[in-house]
Design a binder for this molecule. Structure first.
Ligand code: NAD
Ligand code: TYD
Length: 362
């Protein structure tokens, strides 16, 4: 008999897989159910090391399908939801905004409805109320828009999203807050800065650059390369989610970030330098691959998170420096080139079929 049942949506993705791993290992008394549609970004190879644990279950589900979502809530009666499933890449959102509306907005509302019906409309299987129930919505700092050269995003910064991705995440944040204010649904929201680390899908800046440096391909830097992001090691994000899910105040939002800003061009040059060292190439070799390309439309200039609230209230701070995290990340990609090759060849999408003896995702 498990103490709790926690749904983690998007658990086959980059950040979700680290959250699943942390929870499955740290909480053997919880049943962890990973809900994931296995889109192009979902990769069950990320979870090879936990897939046989007795407290882990995988359910292939599209959260846009309300009936399927309701069915799973009836089946498992979770008292916790950590919601990460999303379309997550800004460039894709520019080309296919509706996909972002479906998953990020409608998918989130489907989960909120199912949680509301269960927690506010039924008695707990033990006969009492759903005392521990909590819906943790995992969001991004991109909902706040773009900063100038100075200043930070705090939890009080007004929302001002610019890309279809950030607009869809902002809408989902508003729906989560609305369900708390209107129905009394127990919720918390975290807004995190850019993550990096093992299992990062190589369409995003850091893993794309690592991949291209390994294969001597051009390193496309958008615009003048002066756009700035605040980078956090993915395992530190997972630790923050654990803390806020268990100890965050009901109805509150918490910003998560590493006080670690880098202009894109400086970060790409640092990656080139570290990769040359690790690959034993002469200094300056990889930098020659840098290619400035057409800027992303609506490209936000700068993100920077003020993480004082989560630090002061919950004692969270990053556990690794950027130098350590980046070095570990590069080592991981160099030691897991099979993972990278499977992702770039599409073979990772066959893993599900082999492992579960079912049809591979389309
Ligand atoms: P990801 O793209 O790597 O993974 C998303 C996962 O969601 C995949 O496994 C995918 O299969 C699944 N998914 C997509 N659509 C689905 C659907 N309709 N039904 C069920 N599952 C679906 O994303 P990520 O980078 O790991 O981000 C996870 C969450 O964290 C997202 O909500 C994102 O907005 C947020 N976030 C990401 C970052 C970042 O730097 N990557 C920073 C802050 C917040
Ligand atoms: P990305 O990893 O897509 O994250 P986000 O857009 O959500 O912040 O991009 C990080 C930064 O790197 C962003 O300013 C866009 C830039 N970028 C490039 O310059 N070249 C690339 O090939 C990619 C993917 C991103």
């Amino acid at each position: 008999m498990y103490q709790r049942t926690v749904f983690i949506t998007g658990g086959a993705g980059f950040i979700g897989s680290h959250v699943v791993r942390l929870f499955v290992n740290k909480y053997p008394n919880y049943k962890i159910v990973n809900l994931d549609a296995l889109t192009y970004a979902g990769n069950l190879e990320n979870l090879k090391d936990v897939e046989d644990k007795p407290n882990y279950v995988f359910e292939k589900i599209d959260i846009v399908d309300a009936a399927a979502v309701n069915e799973l809530f009836k089946k498992y009666q979770p008292d916790g939801v950590i919601h990460l499933a999303a379309e997550s890449h800004v460039d894709r959102s520019i080309h296919s905004p509706l996909d972002f509306v479906y998953t990020n907005v409608i998918g989130t509302v489907n989960l909120l409805n199912a949680a509301k019906d269960l927690w506010l409309g039924t008695t707990h299987p033990s006969g009492g109320t759903w005392e521990q129930a909590r819906f943790h919505h995992v969001s991004t700092d991109e909902v706040y828009g773009s900063l100038g050269e100075t200043g930070f995003f705090t939890e009080a910064t007004p929302y001002d999203p610019h890309s279809p991705y950030s607009a869809s995440k902002a809408a989902s944040d508003h729906f989560v807050k609305a369900y708390a204010d209107t129905y009394g649904l127990p919720i918390v929201i975290t807004n995190c800065s850019n993550n990096y680390g093992p299992n990062h899908f190589p369409e995003k800046l850091i893993p794309l650059m690592i991949h291209n440096i390994i294969h001597n391909k051009p390193l496309p830097v958008y615009g003048d390369g002066k756009n700035t992001r605040d980078w956090l090691y993915v395992i530190d994000h997972a630790r923050a989610i654990d803390l806020v899910f268990h100890k965050g105040r009901n109805g509150e939002k918490y910003n998560v970030g590493g006080f670690n800003e880098w202009k894109n061009i400086d970060l790409v040059k640092l990656l080139c330098k570290l990769m040359d060292e690790k690959l034993g190439r002469p200094a300056g070799t990889s930098e020659q691959l840098i290619t400035f390309v057409k800027d992303r439309p609506g490209h936000d200039l700068r993100y920077a998170i003020d993480a004082t609230k989560i630090h002061k209230e919950l004692g969270w701070s990053p556990s690794v420096t950027f130098e350590e995290g980046l070095s570990q990340t590069i080592d991981w990609f160099l030691n897991n080139q099979e993972w990278l090759n499977h992702v770039t060849s599409g073979e990772y999408q066959q893993y599900y079929k082999k492992q579960y003896n079912l049809d591979a995702p389309k």
